[in-house]
Write a protein that binds this ligand. Structure first.
Ligand code: HEC
Length: 242
């Protein structure tokens, strides 16, 4: 059966499609904004860069998670001088004596409000020597376990979004080869993107693949959404029924 072109859809159907693709587009923009704000400071320099992404997955193997946190997300809680003392302590091998005499008093000022068992937060406990050892080791980035968690959520969620938007877009009238490409490409890009997250853990050069695949996905989604909206509302069908 031949598909009815999108410009011939009934008004209610057009409303349904329009609401859906607009909401998905908004969701995508929100995801981009979230990505920007959570990654931009990972490498300590302003702005989101490939290095930020590499560091998030691969880690910064010349430093520890504690140092990375003090330079990045936790930097607002500590003065530069105090940070220097803690970094020197980490570099000297993070001995227990230094923890008691130098490090703990600094942490007690601001950090332990949150980083102790009393806070009830599921974050590293910095109030004991055993606890802090968890974050003084080399920073190897996001764990494989967290990657698996984020991957399956993305695969299910984005897969369904691409399916929904693709179902609307397949009624757009355009060159069929181009249309098929635009439908399949974002699925491929999603797969490559997630594969590259794991590869980036192994070699940071794959951070470029993460960025390129993410860009291809966004571009295809945007083309699908805008061409669907355009043909639905602005294109006149020669044999319009409604
Ligand atoms: C207002 C509460 C709060 C304060 C104060 C705070 N942190 Fe955190 N910290 C968090 C939360 C929440 C997380 C987990 C989320 C995240 O990683 O951003 C975290 C995560 C961390 C991590 C783990 C990062 C990783 O690699 O998983 C380290 C290390 C850390 N903080 C160190 C510090 C230090 C050092 C201070 C004091 C200079 C400090 N934090 C002050 C709330 C706090």
């Amino acid at each position: 059966m031949k598909l009815r072109p999108i410009c011939e859809c009934e008004f209610s159907e057009r409303l349904l499609y329009t609401s859906f693709v607009l909401l998905m587009g908004l969701g995508y923009l929100m995801a981009l904004a979230f990505l920007y704000t959570s990654f931009e400071n990972v490498d300590g320099k302003p702005g989101l860069s490939v290095e930020d992404i590499a560091e998030d997955y691969y880690g910064n193997r010349s430093g520890s998670r504690l140092e990375a946190a003090m330079r990045g997300p936790m930097s607002g809680y500590i003065q530069i001088k105090a940070r220097g003392k803690i970094v020197a302590w980490i570099q000297s091998g993070a001995p227990e004596s230094g923890y008691k005499s130098v490090v703990r008093p600094i942490l007690a000022e601001r950090c332990l409000d949150c980083h102790s068992p009393e806070s009830g937060l599921d974050i590293p406990n910095l109030s004991t020597y055993e606890g802090i050892q968890e974050v003084t080791g080399i920073d190897t980035g996001m764990s494989i376990h967290s990657l698996m968690k984020v991957s399956h959520i993305h695969l299910f969620g984005i897969g369904l979004i691409l399916f929904g938007v693709g179902m609307v877009f397949r009624r757009v009238e355009m060159h069929s080869g181009l249309k098929s490409t635009l439908i399949v490409l974002p699925f491929v890009a999603m797969f490559v993107d997630i594969l590259a997250w794991f590869l980036t853990k192994w070699d940071p050069v794959y951070a470029y693949t993460v960025v390129i695949a993410g860009g291809v996905l966004g571009l295809c989604l945007a083309i699908q959404i805008f061409s669907s909206l355009y043909q639905m509302w602005f294109r006149r069908s020669p044999h319009k029924t409604c």
